[in-house]
Ligand binder design. Structure first.
Ligand code: BG6
Length: 479
């Protein structure tokens, strides 16, 4: 028996438009960055093509066809007991080229249908405005967030969807995993600075100057959008979203402690400090100087950042890593990043180190620092699932991961953390962001779709479906 969660706690799942909707060129939608990515694997990076080659397989084009099957999927979420569903709006469904004069009505109407369907099932939408995609036309024209022009284009897109959905959506997030713009894979997904680039994602080269300037543009955009929401729609609640990569010092050598502090600041605190506190942190100046970064900050930018602080803090948590200065730290795979291998932890098939205690620790650290409500808006385990001869999927490994993380959250709440929601990543199997694979499955619901493009998209409840249903029904007690 576990500890009960607070009354009204949000339980649900999280997704991103480009990874599940499909219908990439339907009803006036423009191509997004992800539509130019081929599939890869844990050892082979995804490739990017400038033109879309009709003879090659682009996994995001069809996703899991949520665009046509959302009613069936939302019904299944309701059956599990969800009272929250995190989804993103695809910018290129609303503004196909990013700078079109008028929004695409068919795209807007699609999200109307989805939000209405969620309401019918008493599920609160949590909407990410930008989840790892932008219209590809903005990459070609502006090299993504490298350009300041993106700020106004993003504001216009947000103003459009705020006005349209003001009676249907209350909870919003600005940028998914905004801090990933500073990590190895992140410049590709987060800031899309890949104009003219073709080839394996691992070969994309961006300088710290480009990354942190792009991030500055996103901070200004986020600040302006949050301020707009607060002024015009006081009922809205707007959060940030971080990819929280907890790292521990590899040893008690003070040099390792300092190295880890620097990594925690770069990866986890830099963006949170800006979006929650409304200004760049005290350590930023030295960091910029030592990394050759000279930010172009325009008049008014720092006001936009100060006046647009978020109402709640959200983050993804999958794994932890270690940081050290000694040669014996072995490298491990991770979410949008690499880090050291921790001998005390087990890993998933994709090499992500499983650390539920780290979630409790992270929740305490974040809450101590910011003292605003928190939500874990992604957590989960990518695994290979097998449909057995009884026609079922016995995913005990996923159930074990889920239960341990739910127990860790319960401890953190007992520690005094104001945690208000939990949305499991990929409650239904979807296309992996990092590798483009379908076989890296996160779902409680299996989707018959495979990496060679075969499958009939039928949905099947896994054992974990019932495990999560039980957890939700008992508000965390029966974990
Ligand atoms: C997060 C992203 O980093 O991790 C998601 O916000 C992503 O978009 C998730 O899907 C899991 O990563 P992956 O690479 O296994 O899909």
């Amino acid at each position: 028996m576990g500890k009960a969660f607070p009354k009204g706690f949000y339980w649900g799942g999280a997704t991103a438009a480009n990874q599940l909707e499909g219908a990439w060129n339907v009803d006036g939608r423009g191509a997004s960055v992800d539509d130019h990515f081929l599939g890869g694997s844990v050892s082979t990076p995804r490739e990017i093509t400038i033109d879309i080659d009709p003879d090659r397989f682009y996994p995001n084009h069809d996703g899991i066809d949520f665009y046509h099957r959302y009613e069936e999927d939302i019904k299944l979420f309701a059956e599990m007991g969800f009272n929250m569903f995190r989804l993103s709006i695809s910018w290129s469904r609303i503004f196909p080229n990013g700078d079109d004069e008028a929004p695409n009505e068919a795209g807007l109407a699609f999200y109307d249908r989805v939000f209405d369907c969620l309401r019918e099932h008493d599920i609160e939408p949590l909407v990410t405005l930008s989840h790892y995609e932008m219209p590809y036309a903005l990459v070609e024209k502006y090299n993504g967030w490298e350009s300041r022009e993106l700020i106004e284009l993003f504001e216009r897109y947000c103003a459009t969807v705020f006005e349209r959905y003001k009676d249907k959506v209350t909870y919003w997030l600005t940028f998914n995993e905004i801090n990933c713009g500073t990590s190895e894979m992140g410049a590709l997904f987060e800031t899309s600075m890949i104009r003219g680039f073709e080839g394996p994602a691992s070969k994309v080269v961006v300088t710290p100057q480009q990354c942190f300037q792009a991030l500055h543009h996103q901070f200004v955009a986020s600040g302006r959008v949050v301020r707009l929401a607060h002024e015009k729609y006081p009922q809205f609640k707007i959060g940030n979203m971080e990819c929280f990569i907890l790292s521990y010092a590899a040893t008690c050598d003070p040099a390792d402690i300092l190295a880890n502090q620097a990594e925690m600041r770069r990866m986890n605190w830099y963006c949170g400090d800006v979006q929650v506190r409304g200004h760049y942190p005290s350590y930023a100046k030295r960091f910029w100087r030592e990394n050759g970064i000279e930010l172009d900050i325009h008049e008014g930018d720092l006001d936009d950042i100060r006046e647009g602080t978020v109402d709640f803090y959200t983050f993804s948590y999958y794994m932890s890593t270690i940081v050290g200065t000694h040669d014996d730290v072995e490298m491990a795979q991770g979410n949008m990043t690499f880090g050291g291998k921790n001998p005390y932890l087990e890993s998933t098939d994709w090499g992500w180190q499983i650390d539920p205690d780290g979630l409790r620790f992270a929740l305490n650290e974040i809450y101590d620092r910011y003292q605003i409500p928190l939500m874990v808006v992604e957590n989960g385990m990518g695994a290979k699932d097998e449909v057995t001869s009884d026609g079922k999927i016995h995913d005990d490994y996923r159930i074990a991961y889920l239960k341990k993380h739910v127990a860790a959250m319960a401890e953190a709440i007992d520690d005094g953390v104001d945690l208000i929601g939990y949305t499991w990543w990929g409650p239904i199997d979807l296309v992996s962001a990092g590798t483009g694979e379908m076989r890296k499955r996160y779902g409680f619901i299996y989707v018959d779709k495979h990496d060679d493009g075969t499958g009939d998209y039928s949905r099947l409840k896994k054992d974990s479906f019932y495990a999560y249903q039980k957890i939700i029904a008992s508000n965390g007690v029966e974990g």
